[in-house]
Design a protein around this ligand. Structure first.
Ligand SMILES: Cc1cc2nc3c(=O)[nH]c(=O)nc-3n(C[C@H](O)[C@H](O)[C@H](O)COP(=O)(O)OP(=O)(O)OC[C@H]3O[C@@H](n4cnc5c(N)ncnc54)[C@H](O)[C@@H]3O)c2cc1C
Length: 434
């Protein structure tokens, strides 16, 4: 809080600064960090900070915690990885949860987590801009509420927890306007129920695309799958253990290439040659590929059997859409009633964070590779951008909390009152709440 003292001296008589402050409609000075996003990562960061005695506030654009899980995922979703790899710091899953908790169980767990650590995010506040103000050495975080009301938060530490999946990726496909049928992203797909009896084309063969196909089969729809790229499909379990857990264990003893070889041999024995069904494998092994490009292998939960049995037909890339029909790059055309785009998500950080050092403008992810992407300059932190799911988010949350705690303790020693009354002259401020 030394800097606040300094600011007092420098800014008290600075008319430009004072004018800037007056212009903002509502200014909230936050003694601790501002966390952007109330998904698992934001909650983990808030809990770790709380445990260290550092108060924070969480800003969330949606009206609930874990909005990705509650609002944008399909009903049949369960965690892809066993629960022991998906726990947030400081609180495990209930013992009676299954190995792969359902989406609702995961959301219940997150609700209890928020309750336990007394985390009350400020909902319906979208961070529209965040910028470091070097003159006062504070982050200025501007939000827009549901009715267009604007607010500005000022904080010493900014934690970016908006996720790798903040916005749906919707590719431009030639002829989209001619299609006329139901064309939507997986974020708007809930269940195969509404597609009963319909011919549905699922575009994208990641975990979501494969699972949506299976869900459609289970609801008597007629799904087909577009597979444009190579993909590693692995059984979710091998030798009585989760494939993920087994891989982690083997990596302790063996080099990655050898573990990859092992995974591919066992997969071949259990699933057969996936290339025979239109699912060519990449040159690199599944772990090496994940490590280098972040591309996650598909953990099969039964879709492959439906492909083998012919219940799901595999098509190559799309050339163009026509009236209720799709023309593929191999020249074939087929009629469809609906298309589901399982084409993934992307980070939205470049759209609101005015900073180009820590985050890449291209993909909105930290430039520094794992495990060093969690910390930037001037009190900027990231949680949940490791391409390593909830495990990676937990690691980030622990690290940033320890780092901020050091700073918080050192600074609060010198400061009785962290905020300057004149800072918020004529403005709303919420001292004491946080
Ligand atoms: C279908 C699916 C299944 C997955 N399964 C697993 C699994 O089994 N195990 C695993 O480890 N990982 C899994 N993951 C990956 C990852 O763990 C999850 O995506 C997880 O939700 C990431 O948490 P997060 O908090 O980083 O991001 P999110 O859950 O996306 O949360 C980010 C939050 O930030 C909010 N936000 C975004 N922009 C703004 C803004 N400008 N202002 C305010 N708020 C904003 C969003 O509304 C959202 O609530 C899965 C991902 C998907 C898509």
């Amino acid at each position: 809080m030394d800097c606040l003292r300094e600011i007092e001296g420098k800014q008290a008589h600075d008319p430009i600064f004072m004018e800037k402050m007056k212009k903002s409609s509502r200014c909230v000075c936050v003694p601790g960090p501002v966390i952007v996003g109330a998904g698992p990562s934001g909650l983990a960061a808030a809990a770790c900070l709380k445990e260290k005695g550092v108060p924070s506030i969480v800003l969330e654009r949606s009206n609930c915690i874990a909005s990705l899980w509650q609002l944008k995922t399909y009903d049949r979703l369960s965690l892809h990885l066993p629960k022991q790899f998906c726990e947030l710091p400081l609180m495990g899953f209930p013992a009676d949860f299954p190995t792969y908790p359902t989406k609702q169980q995961f959301v219940d767990y997150l609700e209890s987590y928020a309750k336990k650590f007394d985390i009350s995010p400020r909902f319906n506040e979208t961070v529209a801009q965040a910028e470091y103000d070097a003159t006062v050495r504070f982050w200025r975080v501007k939000t827009v509420g549901g009715k267009g009301e604007e607010k500005e938060y000022m904080c010493r530490w900014l934690v970016v927890a908006t996720g790798e999946n903040a916005e749906a990726v919707v590719p431009e496909i030639e002829g989209s306007e001619e299609f006329g049928g139901d064309l939507r992203h997986t974020s708007l797909y809930k269940s195969g129920e509404e597609f009963r009896g319909k011919r549905v084309l699922v575009v994208g063969c990641g975990n979501s695309g494969m699972e949506v196909c299976l869900d459609l089969c289970n609801h008597d729809a007629r799904p087909s799958l577009v597979v444009r790229d190579t993909v590693h499909v692995l059984p979710r379990e091998m030798l009585g253990k989760s494939t993920f857990g087994l891989s982690m264990w083997l990596l302790k003893w063996l080099p990655m290439r050898l573990v990859d070889k092992f995974l591919l041999i066992v997969s071949w024995l259990m699933l057969g040659d996936t290339a025979r069904f239109g699912l060519d494998r990449p040159q690199l092994g599944p772990l090496e590929l994940k490590n280098l490009s972040g591309k996650t292998p598909v953990l099969d939960v039964g879709t492959l059997a439906k492909i083998k049995s012919g219940d799901i037909e595999v098509f190559p890339g799309i050339k163009r859409l026509k009236d209720h029909a799709v023309e593929f790059v191999n020249g074939r055309s087929q009629n469809f009633d609906a298309i589901i785009l399982a084409t993934g998500y992307k980070s939205n950080v470049p759209s609101w964070l005015k900073e180009r050092e820590m985050f890449s403008e291209k993909d909105g992810l930290p430039r520094r590779p794992f495990p060093n992407g969690w910390k930037g300059e001037c009190g900027l932190y990231a949680v949940g951008f490791t391409k390593r799911g909830l495990l990676g988010a937990s690691m980030d949350a622990n690290r940033l909390a320890a780092d901020i705690e050091r700073c918080w303790k050192a600074e609060s020693k010198h400061c009785v009152c962290p905020f300057l009354p004149h800072f918020c002259h004529n403005h709303h401020h919420d001292f004491g709440i946080y």
